[in-house]
Design a protein around this ligand. Structure first.
Ligand SMILES: Cc1cc2nc3c(=O)[nH]c(=O)nc-3n(C[C@H](O)[C@H](O)[C@H](O)COP(=O)(O)OP(=O)(O)OC[C@H]3O[C@@H](n4cnc5c(N)ncnc54)[C@H](O)[C@@H]3O)c2cc1C
Length: 560
C-alpha cells in the first residue's frame, strides 16, 4: 500500500495544475495517469485559452457575460465570475513558467478572435496551445518532486465512513493491483469523447473519472450537454480548430454562399458553437451541403498566415481530407467534441463526497452550462485545477489517514478482474465491436438535433449493448500491458457515461444550448432554468434538479 496526502488522478492540464498547487502548499502529492503525462489529451488542444487582460482594455465582466450568454444561461454565474476574474493571472503565471505565447506586432501577448465573444481575447501558441502548456506544467511538476505513477490505471475509488480516502490502481507494466491511501483525491481524468464515434477526442477519452465518481456516490450534472464542434473532418473526426475562423476563414455551402449570414448576421462564422453547428447541419439536411459536409474556406488568409498560425491543421486537411487549405476549401461537418457536464463540484472543486474533488473536463462546476465557448476549457482546467489543489491541500494538513483502508480493497478488485479473464471463450465477443456500436448509436441519436423517439431508441440499444458487454471476453490472459483488458474496463466506464447522457437528454423537455430537440424546439426558462443532477442507484439514475446560480445576468433571448 502507498500513502500520500493528496492523490491526483490524471496528468492533463487540470491534474498537473492541481498537483502543482497542492505541492506548493507543502503537502505530499502524487499523480496517477494511465498514459505518460504529456500524452494526456490536453496535448491536442489547438486554438488557445481565453482571458480578459486589462492592458488592452478588456474586462473580466465582458468575458463573463459572453460565457453566460454562450452557456444559454445554464452556467452558474458565481463560478463563471471566478473563472473570468482569475483568468489573467493564470495566463501570466503560465507565461512566467515558460510558455512561449505568440506575440503581436508591438511585442505584447497576441490574441485571436474565438466564437461567441465580442472581443479577441484568446491567447495562443500557433495551433498547438495545449501541447505548449502541458509541457511547461510537466516540467514544473517534475521539478516539484511530486511522485507520478505513469501508466497506472485507476480501477475504483475508496470511500470509508462517507469520505474518499484513496484509490485502487493497476500498474499496467506488471498487472499488479495496489491500494493508494490518500487524505484527499482529485479527479482530473478528462472527457468522454469516445462514447461517441467519431469524435475529435483521443482514444483514451473514455469517461473513466466520471464513472468512478458516480459509482462511488457522487452525482453527475448537465450530462445531456454534449458539444458538437462545427469544423471536424468527415473521414476520422479530427478537429480543424476554431482558430481558422478566428483568423478570418469563411464557411460556405455548395453554392459558395456564406450561409451564416442567415443564422447569425452579426457574428457570422464566429457565433457560438451550438449555433454554427445547427446552421451547418440545417444546410446539409436541406441539400445545400457537399457530400454531408459544408466547406471551410481559408484561401483568402494567404499562405504566410496559414503556414505561421495554422500549420498543424493545414497538414490534417492534407492528410485526412486530401485538401490543402492554401489552395482549396476543406470539407467539414459538426462532430462530437466536448462534454459540458460531469462530476458536480462547487467552485473549489469539492464534490458531494468529502475528500473527493474534481477539475477539468471531468468536472461540472458549472462554467459552460449548455454550450462551452471555445478556449474556455483550457482556462477551466487551470483555474479550477489550481483551486482544487489549494483547497485539498488546506483540508489535509490537520487530517489523519483513514485507518480502515487496507489491501482488502485491492484484493476485491483483483477478484473482479479475474472473473473477467475467466469468462468462457466460446461464443463471447471482444470489446471492439460493442464499443463501436455504442459510439455510433450515440452519434446517431444524441447529436446536433435530437428527439424523443431517437433518444428512446438509443436507450434501448445501449441497454442491449451493455448486456453484450457483460459477456465480452479478454483473449490476452497475460499481466504485462494487457491493453485488451484495459480497453474492456474502459468500456464499462463508457456505458455509465452513455446512460447518463441519454437519461439527462430525455429528462430535459426543452431546447437549450447544445441540447436541441426537434420535438421541443423552444427554450423554456419557466420550467427548465435548472441543472439535471443524476445519482447512481441499482435501478438506474435517480434525478434531482438544482437551480442555476444567477448573479447579475438575467436570461435574455440569445442571438448572434
Ligand atoms: C482536438 C481538440 C482541440 C481542443 N482545443 C482546445 C482549445 O484550443 N482551447 C480550449 O480551451 N479547449 C480545447 N479543447 C478542449 C480541451 O483540450 C480539453 O477539455 C482539456 O484539455 C481537458 O483537460 P483535462 O486536464 O481535464 O483532461 P485530459 O488532458 O484529457 O487528461 C486526462 C488525464 O486523466 C488520465 N486518466 C483518465 N482515466 C484514467 C484512469 N482510469 N486511470 C488513470 N489515469 C486516467 C489520463 O491519463 C490523462 O492524464 C480541445 C479538445 C480537442 C479534442
Amino acid at each position: 500500500m502507498f500513502d500520500h496526502d493528496v492523490l491526483v488522478i490524471g496528468a492533463g492540464l487540470a491534474g498537473m495544475r492541481a498537483a502543482l498547487a497542492a505541492s506548493q502548499a507543502g503537502v505530499n502529492v502524487a499523480v496517477v495517469t494511465k498514459v505518460f503525462p504529456v500524452r494526456s489529451h490536453s496535448n491536442a488542444a489547438q486554438g488557445g485559452i481565453n482571458a480578459a487582460l486589462t492592458d488592452r482594455g478588456d474586462k473580466w465582466e465582458d468575458h463573463a457575460y459572453d460565457t453566460v450568454k454562450g452557456s444559454d444561461y445554464l452556467g452558474d454565474q458565481d463560478a463563471i465570475e471566478i473563472m473570468c476574474k482569475e483568468a489573467g493571472s493564470e495566463i501570466i503565471n503560465m507565461e512566467h513558467m515558460g510558455t512561449i505565447f505568440n506575440r503581436d506586432a508591438e511585442g505584447k501577448l497576441g490574441v485571436r478572435a474565438f466564437g461567441g465573444q465580442r472581443q479577441a481575447r484568446t491567447f495562443f501558441v500557433a495551433d498547438f496551445t495545449g501541447q505548449a502548456l502541458l509541457y511547461v506544467l510537466h516540467e514544473q511538476v517534475m521539478k516539484s518532486g511530486v511522485r507520478v505513477y505513469e501508466e497506472w490505471f485507476v480501477l475504483s475509488l475508496i470511500v470509508e465512513g462517507g469520505e474518499c480516502c484513496g484509490a485502487v490502481v493497476m500498474e499496467m507494466k506488471t498487472g499488479e493491483v495496489h491500494t493508494i491511501r490518500a487524505k484527499a483525491v482529485i479527479m482530473a481524468t478528462g472527457g468522454i469523447g469516445r462514447v461517441f464515434e467519431p469524435s475529435t477526442n483521443a482514444l483514451i477519452c473514455t469517461g473513466d473519472g466520471m464513472a468512478l465518481a458516480y459509482r462511488a456516490g457522487a452525482p453527475l450534472m448537465d450530462m445531456e450537454m454534449i458539444q458538437y464542434h462545427p469544423t471536424t473532418l468527415k473521414s476520422n473526426g479530427a478537429l480543424m480548430s476554431e482558430a481558422a475562423r478566428g483568423e478570418g476563414a469563411y464557411l460556405i455551402n455548395k453554392d459558395g454562399d456564406r450561409f451564416m449570414k442567415r443564422y447569425a448576421p452579426n457574428m457570422m462564422e464566429l457565433a457560438s458553437r451550438d449555433v454554427v453547428s445547427r446552421s451547418e447541419q440545417t444546410e446539409i439536411n436541406e441539400g445545400r451541403g457537399v457530400n454531408g459536409c459544408v466547406l471551410l474556406d481559408c484561401r483568402h488568409l494567404g499562405e504566410k498566415l496559414i503556414k505561421e498560425k495554422l500549420g498543424q491543421i493545414r497538414q490534417l486537411g492534407i492528410d485526412f481530407a486530401n485538401a490543402d487549405m492554401i489552395k482549396e476549401p476543406v470539407p467539414v461537418r459538426p462532430g462530437m467534441h466536448y462534454v459540458m457536464g460531469g462530476i458536480r463540484t462547487n467552485y473549489d472543486g469539492l464534490t458531494s463526497i468529502p475528500g473527493l474533488y474534481a477539475a477539468g473536463e471531468t468536472a461540472c462546476v458549472s462554467v459552460h452550462g449548455g454550450n462551452r465557448l471555445g478556449a474556455n476549457s483550457l482556462l477551466d482546467t487551470l483555474v479550477f485545477g489550481k483551486r482544487s489543489g489549494q483547497h485539498a491541500a488546506a483540508g489535509v494538513k490537520s487530517k489523519q489517514h483513514a485507518a480502515g483502508v487496507t489491501d482488502a480493497y485491492s484484493e476485491a478488485e483483483k477478484k473482479k478482474i479475474q472473473a473477467i479473464l475467466d469468462r468462457p471463450a466460446d461464443g463471447g465477443e471482444l470489446f471492439g465491436k460493442v464499443r463501436q456500436e455504442l459510439g455510433e448509436t450515440m452519434n446517431k441519436y444524441l447529436a446536433v438535433f435530437r428527439d424523443q423517439q431517437g433518444m428512446e431508441t438509443a436507450q434501448r440499444k445501449v441497454k442491449e449493448l451493455r448486456m453484450r458487454y457483460e459477456k465480452v471476453i479478454v483473449h490476452d490472459k497475460g499481466r504485462t500491458f494487457n491493453t485488451n483488458l484495459i480497453f474492456t474496463l474502459e468500456l464499462g466506464f463508457m456505458f455509465d457515461c452513455a446512460e447518463t447522457v441519454i437519461v439527462g437528454a430525455l429528462e430535459r423537455k426543452e431546447s437549450r444550448g447544445a441540447h436541441t430537440r426537434t420535438d421541443m424546439p423552444k427554450r423554456d426558462d419557466a420550467n427548465w432554468l435548472k441543472h439535471v443532477v443524476q445519482f447512481r442507484t441499482p435501478e438506474g439514475p435517480r434525478i434531482e434538479d438544482q437551480p442555476v446560480k444567477i448573479t447579475q445576468w438575467q436570461p435574455q433571448v440569445r442571438s448572434y
